[in-house]
Design a protein. Sequence first.
Length: 264
Amino acid sequence: MRGRPVAPTAFAVPLSQPSPAAVHLLCVPYAGGGAAVFRHWPALLPPTLAVSAIRLPGRESRIGEPPLADIGQMVTAAADDLAADTATDRPYALFGHSFGALVAFELAREMRARDLPAPRRLFVSAHRAPDADAGTAPLGDLSDQEFLDKVTRYGGMPQEVLDAPDLLDMVLPALRADIDAAEGYRFVPGAPLNCPISVFGGRSDSVTPQAQLYGWRSHSVAEVDVRLFDGGHFFLHDHRTAVTTTIGAALGALPDGAAPGATP
């Protein structure tokens, strides 16, 4: 429609060179993160997986763009890019960590709403089921210092960023926008997905305790498995090899041409 505002486009940044037979693994980072979160993954995954990551406005090469604070806008823009990729009949899988898990889940639902292929598997990491109550006080109304103190306790802010005021000023708007988007999210009930879901969690995660992971079982009619790793909320950094090995094994178990939703 002419005159309708258009959201800035999210786009998938390729992190590895895909082969014609590759499965596209599209990764969504945690709040405030960019594509660089997954820069080490291609070397740890089999070459049959082509890795890319969503880079939203307000970070890395898009630092000059105003960040989005609405998950719906993020999902719409990401689905536009992913729809073009699925037009080549290349299978894909989705991975999201923490805030990124929520975006990846809604992206899978958006692809279904557009009658486009489902992901071979959805990997959701360090996030409660989307219909579960957060059970924590919101962060959006905190002052910058209070906000940073809380995020730092979660382990989500590198010390080198905290020690560099200019860098912190660049990172903070995107981080706060992502947190606002997460806290403004409201789950809309719908049919469960038909793709398998792998749920990852940290054994010492105080943000997303283990008990909150099992609610994902109601969000797919296919297999939903829960895998725990040592570590806290950001275990994907400390146990990168274990996480990527688990992802590779899960996707390698799906033969070429397997129907989305089929249990390996």
